[in-house]
Each structure stands twice: as C-alpha cells, then as structure tokens.
Ligand binder design. Structure first.
Ligand SMILES: Cc1ncc(COP(=O)(O)O)c(C=O)c1O
Length: 396
C-alpha cells in the first residue's frame, strides 16, 4: 500500500480532495496542472495522424487540464468516465440526447430543476420523446409507470426548491428491470455527501457551477458514467461537440481543493438556521432534509453523508393574495443576502420560488416559499438579516 493512488483511495474526503486529479510529477513538480489552450494538436508523422495514435488529438477531445478535472471527478464519483460541458443544464441535456431516441418514453421526477423540465417539454418532445413526470415519493412504485419503451428514468434528490427525497436504490432497481438508463442530478449533495453510482444510478450529473466552483464565477457541468454506460455517453458528446473549456476546468479543479471545508461550513450554518427558523411563529414550515420533521428525513439519513447549504422556508402567509407581497417584503429587507438564482457560492442568496410548472408536487400552500442559499458569512449576521426579512414580511 505505498502507491499514492491506493493510499488516497482509502483516505478521508478532504485528503482526497486535496490530491485527486493531476500528478505534479507529470508537470515538472508544479502542484497545479497547466492550463492548456488548444484546438490543434500536432502529430509527428502521417501514420500516427491517420491512426490518431497518440493521447491527445484535438482540443475538443480533451487536454491535460480537462483530463485532470475528469480524473478528479471520477475518483470522487467512482465512475468509469466523466465528460465536461459548459453548464449544469448542459450536463442534463447532453446525456438525455445521448440515451434517448424518437419513440422513447422518459420518466422525469416532478420536483426536477425547472430548466430541465423546459428542455423536456420543448426540444425533447419535438424530437419525438414522450415525457412523463412522476412523484418523487414513488419509490419501487415506479415499476407501474414503466412502459416497454421507457428508456430513461431521471432523478433529482433532494428536489429543486422543495427538497423532496427519493428512494434512489428502489427506483434504480425497478428502472433497470424495465431496461432503462438511470440518470440523477446530484448537484445538491456533491459526491462528498452522496455517490449516486453506489446506489444503482448509471449517470451522475452535477452543476459544477455550484459547490465545486464555490465562487459564483464559473459555469460548468460534469456527467459521470458507470462502465456499462460510459461509451454511449462519450459517443453522444463526441457527436454533439460540446466540451468544457480549460480555463474553467482549471478553476473547478482549484475549487474542489477547498470544497470539503466549505461544505462543512455551509452545512453547519444552514442546519442551525433551519432549526432556528423552524421554531418561529412567523414561519409555517422549513423544507430541509436534515430536519427530523421533514418527510424525507429518514431517506436522507439512510443514504446521505451530509447536507449542503440550501433549503427553503414557507413564510406564515395569511391569505394567498398576500403571499407575493410578503415574499417581496422579506427579500427587499435583506441587506446581506443577495437576490440571485444560483447557489453554492461563498455568499448568501435568497429567491422567491415559483412552482407553477409543477404537475404533481405543487408545493406548500400555507404561505410563500423562499429559498435560502447559506453562504460562508458569520451566522449571527445571517440570522440578523433573516430577522429583518421576517419583520418586513410580518408587517404586510
Ligand atoms: C439542481 C440543479 N441542476 C442544474 C442546474 C444548472 O446549472 P447551471 O446554472 O450551471 O446551468 C442548477 C442551477 O441552478 C440546479 O439548481
């Protein structure tokens, strides 16, 4: 056990995050890999060129920088291969295009990231795929929804904005029995807190834009496949010509080094604020899988190693006509939380959630839903800011 790879495979998450990906010995000892910008790659002679018989052949097919990030993600996900794409949304659409054909049926969880639904309802439908949404609580009951032409079952757990958990193993087993590929958007947990491929998922999807980036400045997606599905994913992406750029790959790899310690802080602050909010009279409910009161808590505890820093709060709403005004008053009173849609960065953010596109999980009715991304600020300051928001909402 003195090979570094073996030692790292058995090491703790922060040790692995610190060392996975590149080998400094390959780059003259420099700790970080070079950022290789490339379209053209030269071949030494015609025979090598004809057979493409060398490691790198063209910029879209990988560089030492993108390879270093893919190797790091493979280590973390336990995957056979990873592709990089320019956004988290592309990390969903590319595998859908790689695995689905006209005439196929796809089952998509109803609490899915809303732009994923938009893609399904527009382009995927136009290409001849029938899309059906299912209840995140379906579990093994997904078997009843499988049709002879069901080729893909997509999970996202916790669900976007409302954080419903899913019985990943039960769904994956039933989907496989019916011959479907199982994809999962695992952005919330990161591979540190949940490894989808260990629970029967074939394709693990991440918006690396969130925690791996961590600094609200990079867009990137990663798609990681098990051995049985890697070739088809790779070929699909090869046909589409979609690739991650080396500068962004470098920054995501840099972000991974500190992701573990950042996540510990996000997790701790978010959970403490969620517990505090749950005890307040002006809050109707807190949607956070780490809270024992949350319906998906048992599944989260069974399968996940931690919780990240994003959850939602249902404000005590009064009558539905006042929901929007209350949510806006809450948001406008905030001084530290920014009003922004992304998450996973160092700074706290809040957004009034709209669930109008849901067909099954229509969301809470007791009041307006506000999603909070808890950043790295001091928790007392965040609590005081939320107090400001709640006071303003109460006054409406
Ligand atoms: C669960 C989830 N998946 C995917 C994405 C898309 O990521 P990106 O913003 O990089 O397109 C997001 C973005 O908010 C998300 O919340």
């Amino acid at each position: 056990m003195n090979d570094k790879k073996d030692v790292l495979a058995a090491a703790g998450p922060n040790t692995r995050l610190t060392h996975v990906g590149n080998d400094p010995a390959e780059f003259h000892g420099f700790v970080n890999p070079p950022v290789v910008h490339a379209s053209t790659v030269l071949f030494p002679n015609a025979a090598t060129m004809e057979k493409r018989a060398q490691k790198y052949t063209y910029g879209t097919r990988g560089t030492p920088t993108t390879d270093a990030l893919c190797a790091a993600i493979d280590e973390l996900e336990g995957s056979a291969g990873t592709i990089l794409v320019p956004s988290g949304l592309a990390a969903v659409t590319v595998p859908f295009l790689a695995f689905l054909s006209a005439g196929d049926h796809a089952l998509i969880v109803d609490s899915v990231y809303s732009p994923t639904r938009y893609f399904c309802d527009t382009m995927l439908t136009r290409l001849g795929v029938t899309v059906e949404y299912y209840d995140p609580a379906v579990g093994a009951g997904i078997a009843a929804l499988m049709k002879p032409n069901t080729k893909l079952v997509h999970l996202e757990a916790p669900g976007s904005n409302t954080f419903e958990m899913q019985d990943v193993r039960a769904i994956a087993d039933a989907a496989h029995k019916g011959g479907a590929v199982v994809t999962m958007d695992n952005t919330w947990a990161t591979p540190l807190y949940f490894r989808p491929l260990d629970h029967g998922v074939d394709i693990s999807i991440h918006a690396a834009t969130k925690y791996p980036s961590g600094h609200s400045d990079i867009l990137m997606g990663t798609v990681s496949a098990n051995a049985a599905h890697w070739n088809r994913l790779w070929e699909g992406n090869f046909a589409l010509g979609i690739c991650g750029c080396p500068d962004d790959a470098y920054q995501i790899l840099r972000g991974l080094r500190t992701m573990g310690v950042r996540l510990e802080r996000h997790q701790d602050s978010a959970l403490r604020l969620a517990e505090w909010l749950e005890g307040r009279d002006d809050v109707a409910a807190v949607l956070h899988p780490g809270l024992p009161s949350f319906p998906g808590h048992a599944l989260w505890k069974r399968d996940f190693k931690g919780a990240s820093g994003i959850f939602s709060v249902v404000l005590d709403g009064g009558s539905p006509e006042r929901f929007k005004a209350k949510a806006h008053a809450f948001l406008d009173a905030l001084r530290i939380f920014g009003l922004g849609y992304s998450w996973g960065g160092f700074e706290s953010l809040a957004v009034h959630v709209n669930l109008n596109d849901r067909t099954i999980c229509k969301g809470p009715t007791a009041g307006p839903l506000v999603r909070l991304q808890i950043g790295l600020e001091d928790i007392a300051d965040l609590r005081a800011d939320i107090e400001r928001g709640l006071a303003a909402a109460r006054a409406v």
